[in-house]
Design a protein around this ligand. Structure first.
Ligand SMILES: Cc1ncc(COP(=O)(O)O)c(C=O)c1O
Length: 388
């Protein structure tokens, strides 16, 4: 209706990194989760090729019945060691990892408390579990404390779920406060680090490293292989008992194929590259801060972002966000509009994912163009031509 082509499912004809080729033109790309640029890293790509050559390109069976493979064990060890916890289990999809883990751990006598900005996969898992569900105001641990003081006795187990870095807003919780409250109320804490692993902390180990919290004080660490780790899949890290339970009880693991060798080996090599090259994490931090400060100076509404991997530019209504993103695309910048129902109406935004590979010039160019477009659209009646 607005004469704007759909921003979704556009073809990318190159690696999806800090720059990409689209419709024959090189674009500066802010729509990739390749936070540390590891998708193009030499040793990471070499690990995929070597694994495919050695093991073939599919696991060809569920792990429970098909037998353990060294490349799964290697990946899970690397993840558990990076967190400093007992063990980890990797599954074929990040989304399915959340759904099946929460669905397998909680039941109708339990309660799940989720942040209001929590990812869809957590909410789906909570629905599946049959547990009672409450969403709490964003990052409001005081609300949980007060609520559990009243209702804790009605439930057997209580799970609190938060994200290490929020995927739409780019901010993070106060982890130590959540740990304190879950201890006081005998609850479990689950932290989804899809956007925090590789991003927060000096060596990318996530929010526990950044905030100096003992990783063993969180029962369930969750993350994806699809972002910093440049692969595909999800993981749960925690105690040996948790991991063993999931390996026998989570349907998304038991009744699903194991990760293929190239996929697992890629993620394991990416964990090593992340730890071996902390300068990538430092560059990502510098880029995120630069984008945030420049955008603030340009008068853009960047919401709650702390300026790490994700910074939204909040525009308001969905049509305006789509038009702004299209103009940005035409100006050589690829950043996607996030519209209702992914975010509440009037909170539509363009979301910028940072990578360690972006240059200062690319960031400055993107902010300048975004500011010009967004400010220029402020008082424009987008529907005028439709009415006349
Ligand atoms: C917070 C969060 N959790 C889980 C997922 C699912 O991960 P995947 O895309 O690897 O399936 C996502 C996806 O973007 C996410 O943002």
């Amino acid at each position: 209706m607005l004469g704007v082509p759909s921003p979704f499912f556009r073809t990318i004809d190159s690696r999806n990194g800090a720059v990409c080729m689209m419709e024959g033109k090189e674009r500066i790309n802010f729509a990739s989760y390749d936070y540390l640029g590891l998708s193009g890293h030499e040793s990471v790509r070499a690990a995929a090729v070597e694994a495919a050559t050695t093991w073939g390109v599919s696991a060809n069976a569920s792990r429970l019945v098909g037998g353990e493979r060294p490349y799964h064990v290697d990946l899970e060890r690397a993840i558990a060691d990076a967190y400093g916890v007992d063990d980890a289990v990797a599954m074929v999809s990040g989304h399915a990892t959340n759904v099946t883990t929460i669905g397998a751990l909680l039941g109708p006598k339990d309660l799940i408390l989720m942040d209001q900005l929590i990812h869809n996969s957590i909410a789906e898992g909570a629905n599946l579990s049959g547990a009672a569900r409450l969403t709490f105001p964003h990052n409001d641990f005081g609300w949980i404390d007060e609520t559990l003081s009243r209702v804790r006795g009605r439930y057997e187990r209580v799970l609190i779920v938060i994200e290490g870095l929020y995927s739409m807003d780019g901010d993070f919780p106060d982890l130590a406060e959540f740990v304190k409250i879950k201890r006081n109320h005998d609850a479990w804490l689950m932290v989804d680090e899809a956007h925090a692993f590789g991003v927060l902390g000096e060596t990318g180990r996530g929010i526990a490293e950044m905030q100096g919290v003992d990783p063993r004080s969180v029962e369930i660490w969750m993350g994806t292989l699809s972002k910093t780790l440049a692969s595909c899949g999800g993981y749960i890290a925690g105690s040996e008992a948790l991991v063993t339970y999931l390996k026998f009880k989570a349907p998304g693991f038991v009744f699903s194929v194991g990760l293929s060798a190239p996929v697992a080996a890629t993620a394991a090599a990416a964990v090593r590259a992340m730890l071996d090259e902390p300068e990538r994490v430092a560059r990502l931090h510098a880029n995120g801060q630069r984008f945030r400060e420049k955008a603030k100076d340009a008068g853009l509404d960047i919401g709650l972002t702390e300026g790490y991997a994700v910074t939204p530019v909040i525009i308001g209504d969905s049509p305006r966000a789509v038009v702004a993103a299209d103009k940005l695309y035409e100006a050589g910048i690829n950043a996607l509009p996030i519209i209702f129902p992914a975010v509440p109406e009037q909170q539509a935004r363009i979301r910028f994912f940072m990578t360690s590979d972006h240059t200062d010039e690319q960031i400055d160019d993107a902010v300048a163009k975004t500011a010009e477009i967004v400010h220029g659209l402020k008082d424009v009646d987008l529907f005028e031509s439709l009415r006349s």
